[in-house]
Design a protein around this ligand. Sequence first.
Ligand SMILES: O=C(O)CCC(=O)C(=O)O
Length: 276
Amino acid sequence: MDHQDIIETIKDRGYFIIENLLPDETIQAAREILDPIFTSQRTGRNQFEGFKTQRIYSLPKLGPALWPFFSNPDVLKIIRPLLWDDCLITAALAANVLPGEQPQAFHVDDGFYPIPRPRPAFSVGAIWAMDDFTAENGATELIPYSHKWAEEETPEGVLTLDDAFTRHEPGQADGWHSPANAEIVKAEMPRGSVLIFLGNLWHRAGGNRSNGSRLGLFPQYCASWARTQENFYLSIPQETVATMPEEMQTLLGYNILPPFMGHAGGFHPQKVLPKV
Ligand SMILES: O=C(O)CCC(=O)C(=O)O
């Protein structure tokens, strides 16, 4: 399938998986940075983050081994046309779902933009499989076509994001699970594959009933006129940004959306970055 067909498929059913897009050396190089951090990383603070899920945010700060997951040309060729032809990274996280984790709350990723659905997606997510994603170990679960649902079509049985964020004790979210009458697809895919899905598609991390962890690396992109979830200007040192390729700098907001969105005191942001 060429990228135009993939874009049309995503517009229609909300998601697409490209299998084996990155070679194992790229996965391994990133894991060499991430795995030692996970040995002591805390688990989530609420149902949404996952009581048995470890997360690391602002991943590009960890250096060049992480950047290929954010600036992959095959992925950006699909995502930019879905976002008014220009995008920023809005969130840059890794989610390591540990054995025994319960399914996450179903949610959409761009629900905090206060424009009622149905509407176009204001963000698009990409989840890279850093392990094989299986039905047992917590493969992301998606509800195909749900990006077309209106606000009032939120399916019965879905825990809202507000609910998920305010449940601070494991077990408090028991009793909810699958929405009634909705087909759920598990994004099973081999390590090195990427799932691309619209920010207004209902989805969640699956529960992990296996004995191993499930690592997903999760760049989310938003239209470049929208506010980003993570504040990378504060979370990634400018000295690190200054060493990045121009594409990464652009995706982190160090560029202009014409005619002048993103200027820094009247200057192009790249002129203001420290010289390294
Ligand atoms: O880890 C996953 O499979 C999905 C996680 C997710 O949807 C989220 O945290 O917003």
